[in-house]
Design a protein around this ligand. Structure first.
Ligand SMILES: C[S@@+](CC[C@H](N)C(=O)[O-])C[C@H]1O[C@@H](n2cnc3c(N)ncnc32)[C@H](O)[C@@H]1O
Length: 220
């Protein structure tokens, strides 16, 4: 949806209204989710976090697409989110799961500043922000699970994230419609990383416009 821009002539995208399912998915954390989404809408473009064409689908494509993963996080766990960018899914998961500590691993300074200032503004005490590439952090962060969204294909993502986990740890990656092709192309990396219990989950059916596909695998 668009509306005339103040300059006239061109049209500016209108942010999506909050879908009905948002309050159900966030439960008593919905006010925090609303505040985060409003700030992302207000400042995301100026900070280079999100393009204007994303505004008309900010809830369904980004916020809800992220929050449907919340039930997959282990109780009380430390969970790393690689390449958090605007905070997707990392900050959204921290909002939805206050029992989990989200460790946001992001190399770009401007994005790190945003992640730190937003977690402070929202009063999220369960967020740690690490300015680094995944390849630089190793096992010291004591993570039980690692998430990632829109960072790279599985054949690249698995080798850079597997070293962050011990045996029993889990990879939980938000993926697109081509996830099965990515799995096919990453067979060598999957074997080398000693991954088992590999599955593709489709989450959010009935709650989001397009289901969220998740690649989940456990280190054995
Ligand atoms: C396309 S953005 C996606 C951001 C966010 N996850 C989302 O879904 O909107 C990719 C992000 O991954 C980060 N990134 C790229 N390579 C990385 C690496 N090796 N380790 C950690 N972060 C990385 C980039 O800085 C960028 O913020």
């Amino acid at each position: 949806m668009t509306q005339p821009s103040p300059a006239g002539g061109e049209t500016a995208p209108v942010p999506e209204a909050e879908p009905e399912s948002a309050a159900r998915l966030f439960g008593d954390r919905i006010d925090v989710a609303r505040s985060f989404t409003a700030e992302l809408v207000a400042r995301g473009e100026e900070l280079g976090l999100i393009g204007p064409i994303e505004l008309p689908r900010i809830w369904t494509r980004h916020i809800l697409n992220s929050v449907v993963v919340a039930p997959l996080l282990r109780e009380g766990a430390r969970v790393g989110d690689i390449g958090s960018g605007a905070g997707l899914p990392g900050l959204v998961l921290a909002i939805a799961r206050p029992d989990v500590t989200m460790v946001l691993i992001e190399p770009m300074e401007r994005r790190v500043d945003w992640l730190r200032s937003e977690s402070e503004r929202l009063g999220l005490e369960n967020v740690e922000v690490v300015r680094a590439r995944a390849e630089e952090v190793g096992r010291d962060l004591d993570l039980a699970q690692v998430t990632a969204r829109a960072v790279s294909a599985l054949s690249k993502l698995i080798p850079i994230t597997r070293p962050l986990l011990d045996v029993g740890g889990q990879l939980v990656f938000l993926k697109g419609a081509r996830v099965h092709d990515e799995i096919e192309a990453a067979q060598k990396q999957i074997r080398k990383a000693r991954l088992d219990e590999i599955e593709v989950l489709e989450l959010g059916d009935g709650d989001v416009a397009e289901v969220t596909r998740v690649f989940r695998a456990t280190v054995v």
